[in-house]
Design a protein around this ligand. Structure first.
Ligand code: NAI
Ligand code: MG
Length: 359
């Protein structure tokens, strides 16, 4: 089959790791006889520098013509001083809104050979395997008003947590669909003891669960979930939650996997192209040094194969190749604990060779 992939490398290590993901997709194409066609767009700081805005219209057009989008990362100290509305991160928020990428899936997978890279003891993290389903286009990050005001002589600020019923319903449904092909358990995370929005969230979770009698639903308060993620991460299968809660919990969960450089994500829509990107940012401290771990981007490409193209066998081939090179002792700097490590390009090469060897 032939598929069009829009690539938005963005800033910093984004350029280096998306290149690795493209090499891997091409290796999969060769082995399984598919054709991937790549087109490119600017986003973030790279777009600000040349077009003056973090998400040019031309980039949106490139994405909408594609079957899926692969994104690197945006941002960096160079753009720290630009006005809020023009910051690189705005490009990311805008593309999520433009493509209606409402469901952010972030798997957290344990790799036996990386047990020493996590700050947590092996006995706690062994066999951890869950996925966070984060609502991505609503909630506190998009609600209006969001502003500073003066109220008489007082300076006040307001952010708004706003959801429509249907927005909550579709993300919870996505979580149940995800649980169906996993271990049949959904943990819905909220703050229903304080927030009205969370009380509706809980109600809707109960309603949706009636359509999935085989799947277990539990509710957990977000503060308790933050604790349980460290205390007993094996407890979780699918975790579904509001935008900001999901942002925080998924960064916390990233420590279970050893390195941010290992964590992929998918941002799904019901109509049009979905987007795939590593969880990490542009890593300005190591950018341009051929040192970044490309695995998060490569595993994001595997999620693309699975969720956008329905190529489960191909997705598994990528995941197995990653596991294979890790088992063989290959490490990038972030995983190496100071011992010998591979460059970004050499790690990509090892994974590409493994995919080719298995054909
Ligand atoms: P970061 O994720 O870029 O880096 C955090 C730490 O993890 C750094 O020490 C970095 O070297 C390391 N790291 C990240 N990715 C790595 C990889 N693939 N391999 C090896 N090590 C890796 O987060 P930070 O430093 O908070 O933000 C840097 C910039 O990235 C900021 O401008 C921020 O706004 C932006 N950012 C963008 C995101 C996105 O595009 N989705 C997400 C998070 C941050
Ligand atoms: Mg974050």
């Amino acid at each position: 089959m032939t598929k069009k992939v829009a690539v938005l490398p963005g800033d910093g290590v984004g350029k280096e790791v998306t290149k690795g993901a493209i090499d891997v997709l091409n290796a999969i194409g060769q082995r399984f006889n598919h054709q991937f066609e790549f087109s490119y767009g600017l986003i973030g700081g790279a777009a600000i520098d040349t077009e003056g805005v973090p998400l040019p219209e031309s980039t949106v057009a490139v994405c909408k013509e594609a079957d899926a989008v692969l994104l690197g990362a945006v941002g960096g100290p160079k753009w720290d001083a630009v006005p809020t509305q023009l910051r690189p991160e705005r490009g990311l928020l805008a593309i999520r809104k433009e493509l209606d990428l409402y469901a952010n899936l972030r798997p957290v997978t344990y790799y036996d050979s990386l047990a020493d890279s996590s700050p947590l003891k092996k006995e706690y993290i062994q066999d951890v395997d869950f996925i966070i389903v984060r609502e991505l286009t609503g909630g506190l990050y998009f609600g209006k008003p969001s502003e500073r005001r003066t109220n008489g002589s007082e300076e006040v600020v307001v952010d708004t947590l706003y959801y429509k019923r249907e927005e909550i319903e579709r993300i919870i449904r996505q979580a149940f669909e995800t649980a169906k092909v996993r271990r049949q358990k959904v943990t819905s995370v909220d703050k229903a003891n304080v927030l009205e929005s969370s009380r509706l969230w809980r109600e809707i979770a109960e309603e949706v669960s009636k359509d999935y009698p085989e799947i277990e639903l539990e509710h957990m308060l977000v503060d308790s979930a933050a604790m349980q993620l460290i205390r007993n991460p094996k407890h979780f299968d699918v975790v579904v939650t509001e935008n900001m809660f999901g942002d925080i919990l998924s960064d916390e969960a990233s420590m279970l996997a050893g390195s941010l450089g290992m964590l992929p994500s998918a941002s799904l829509t019901l109509n049009g192209p979905s987007l795939y990107e590593p969880v990490h940012g542009s890593a300005p401290d190591i950018a341009g040094q051929n040192k970044a771990n490309p695995i998060a981007a490569i595993l994001s490409a595997a999620m693309m194969l699975r969720h956008s193209f329905g190529l489960e066998e191909e997705a598994k081939a990528v995941e197995q190749a990653v596991e294979h090179v890790l088992n063989a002792g290959h490490r990038t700097a972030d995983l190496a604990n100071g011992s010998h490590y591979l460059s970004t390009e050499k790690m990509v090469e090892a994974i590409v060779d493994t995919i080719a060897d298995d054909s």
